[in-house]
Design a protein around this ligand. Structure first.
Ligand code: PMP
Length: 392
């Protein structure tokens, strides 16, 4: 059901591609959510190679292997280690891997693990520099925990109280590369949310080696429906507490999802490890980077033509993975409206484009976030509508 109450095929979130012919002028183009179905075309080509079969008598147990994260299957662990080795985006040495039902689950486990380390009579303050990911605040607020509370923008945090700073890099919504910003002397923990630190979105210029790093399968390969995420954690005590949270909240993570995620990752790594003998349209990061690049070129042209919005400028950098200097192609476009349009989300809604407004990211309504990873049809229609946008 669309925002105006009518039914719209674009509101379906089952990930199916909506043919352009069904996208009538009256339909809403929904670029609000970050559903990564844009990578489907790649997986259609590798549909058979990436298929998994699970027999009726397989993966029945709660248990996975004998490591700290006892519900993780050995092939899942190996796939994560192999993927980081192939891409070179994170150092996995001397780290514990904690698997979650998406990185959203691990975020909650971390809030618990970090805020319950030492007894504290005041809740830990959870902060992220604005504009920050819109889904950090909600889970903190609904839990009404004694252990932690949402405290908003990290760049203005000055309390002398324990805190957890979320550093999202590249950032959702604006694609910037980030480092911690809190200047308090109080006891603090930094969580790196690296959901978008993959070669299709940004040059991989460092092998990151932070104490706590979060990754999600959703934005890496596009398989958000499998709900797989993982954390690389240096401190065993924190990792143990995260695993305890996973135990108490869901007794682990679906084995079917792990089998599938491990297979998808294996297919990606097989291709890139044999890149000389694999056609480039069967190399996941090459294909997905090219897709993002083409989309960004189209979007920039549409925004320039309409003159109603501006986009951030991103620096180029050397990517150790692709071995070339390249630009960033963030998963979201962060548009700022020109003077005279105070509420960019409402303005675009009138053009039948559904976006997520700046206020949900902790900044003002002149900004909107647009997904760059939806279906081709949605994206093409988005660009057409943006091109035609004019200041009234
Ligand atoms: N962190 C960031 C920055 C994200 O954008 C997302 C997905 N939108 C997540 C975490 C959660 O990902 P998952 O699907 O693994 O729960």
């Amino acid at each position: 059901v669309a925002r105006d109450g009518s039914s719209s095929p674009l509101e379906e979130s089952n990930g199916t591609t909506i043919p352009l012919s069904n996208l009538s002028y009256d339909s809403f183009v929904n670029v609000d959510r970050g559903d990564p179905v844009g990578f489907r075309k790649f997986w259609e080509k590798l549909s058979e190679e990436a298929k998994v079969e699970i027999k009726g008598d397989e993966v029945m147990s709660y248990f996975g292997d004998k490591n700290l994260c006892w519900y993780m299957l050995p092939q899942m662990r190996n796939a994560i280690l192999r993927l980081h080795k192939v891409v070179g985006n994170a150092n996995t040495e001397d780290k514990y891997i904690v698997l979650g039902t998406g990185s959203s689950h691990l975020y909650l486990s971390l809030l618990y693990a970090l805020s319950s380390q030492k007894p504290s009579h005041i809740p830990f303050n959870v902060v992220a520099a604005a504009p920050h990911y819109s889904e950090y605040e909600g889970p903190v607020n609904i839990l009404q925990s004694k252990l932690f509370q949402w405290s908003g923008d990290a760049s203005v945090y000055d309390k002398d109280e324990p805190y957890i700073e979320l550093v999202t890099s590249p950032n959702n919504p604006d694609g910037t590369i980030r480092t911690p910003v809190v200047k308090s002397d109080a006891e603090g923990n930094v969580v790196y949310d690296l959901a978008y630190y993959w070669p299709q979105y940004t040059p991989i210029n460092h092998e990151l080696n932070q104490d706590i790093m979060l990754f999600t399968f959703s934005k890496c390969t596009g398989h958000a429906g499998s709900r797989i995420g993982w954390a690389l954690v240096k401190d065993i005590e924190i990792a143990k507490k995260m695993v305890l949270f996973l135990h108490l909240s869901s007794i682990g993570v679906s084995k079917e999802s792990q089998v599938r995620a491990a297979k998808i990752i294996e297919v990606i790594c097989d291709g890139h490890e044999n890149s000389k003998s694999t056609p480039s349209d069967r190399l996941f990061f090459e294909y997905s980077k090219e897709m993002m690049k083409e989309r960004w070129e189209k979007l920039k042209a549409a925004v320039e033509q309409s003159k109603v919005f501006t986009l951030p400028k991103y620096p180029s950098a050397y990517c150790h993975f692709t071995k070339e200097i390249s630009e960033q192609y963030p998963a979201f476009a962060w548009l700022k409206s020109v003077e005279g349009i105070e509420d960019a989300e409402s303005y675009l809604e009138k053009l039948k484009i559904l976006t997520r407004g700046g206020k949900q990211f902790g900044v003002d309504a002149a900004y909107v976030r647009i997904s760059m990873i939806g279906t081709d049809d949605e994206f093409i229609e988005l660009c057409t509508r943006l091109e035609n946008a004019k200041i009234e």
